[in-house]
Design a protein around this ligand. Sequence first.
Ligand SMILES: CC(C)(COP(=O)(O)OP(=O)(O)OC[C@H]1O[C@@H](n2cnc3c(N)ncnc32)[C@H](O)[C@@H]1OP(=O)(O)O)[C@@H](O)C(=O)NCCC(=O)NCCS
Length: 194
Amino acid sequence: MVEAVIDCCPRLTTERFVLRKWEARDLDGLAEMNADPRVMEFYPSVLSYAESESMLARYMDAQQQDGVCFSVISEKGSERFLGYCGLKVPGYQDHLAFGPCVEIGWRLLHNEWGKGIATEAAQTWLRFGLETLQLNEIVSFTPIQNHRSEKVMQRLGMERIGEFEHPMLEDGHRLKRQVLYKMTGQRYLGQGHD
Ligand SMILES: CC(C)(COP(=O)(O)OP(=O)(O)OC[C@H]1O[C@@H](n2cnc3c(N)ncnc32)[C@H](O)[C@@H]1OP(=O)(O)O)[C@@H](O)C(=O)NCCC(=O)NCCS
């Protein structure tokens, strides 16, 4: 069976980066990123060190259970932690009108913004999801205020589907209104990727 031999979260390389599974040594970088209010502006709150520790444990678990979970971006050579990018099955997908789904997402240390890192990593994950895993489509969503994240979706050639209310945030929450983008296998092929 193909499913049995494909590692859904393999070590991938791009021109500048290594994309790999989470390891215990990633905790300090993850915690630094999650504690930074500039990085966490469009999330409900910054995370404490302990909260990042449980997030790392959850992500390592999801890698085992679902085969994928936003994976680490590290710099080739130095192996420095830069952030994460990858595919993930949202834990709350039954509450999403467009679920079940696989999403693509990203988060970078603030010093690493403006270098094309998220786009380069996401291009590799899109190709892996649509060509190797043969997913029909990959979605991405972000609060309507998060223009930097939306620009990544646009640079990837994803289609803007519309807006929706995030089901896991209470009514009136500043981040409730979100924008939804999608890349289908057909659209991807139509853009000349082979
Ligand atoms: C969302 C986020 C990953 C976007 O980061 P980003 O640096 O803007 O996006 P990229 O890594 O793709 O880099 C693109 C930028 O680098 C520039 N760039 C510089 N060198 C480049 C290169 N070699 N290749 C491509 N782009 C390059 C681009 O021109 C672009 O600049 P611009 O923003 O002025 O248009 C980042 O803002 C972030 O981590 N935010 C916090 C977490 C978050 O909100 N995640 C999304 C939640 S849904």
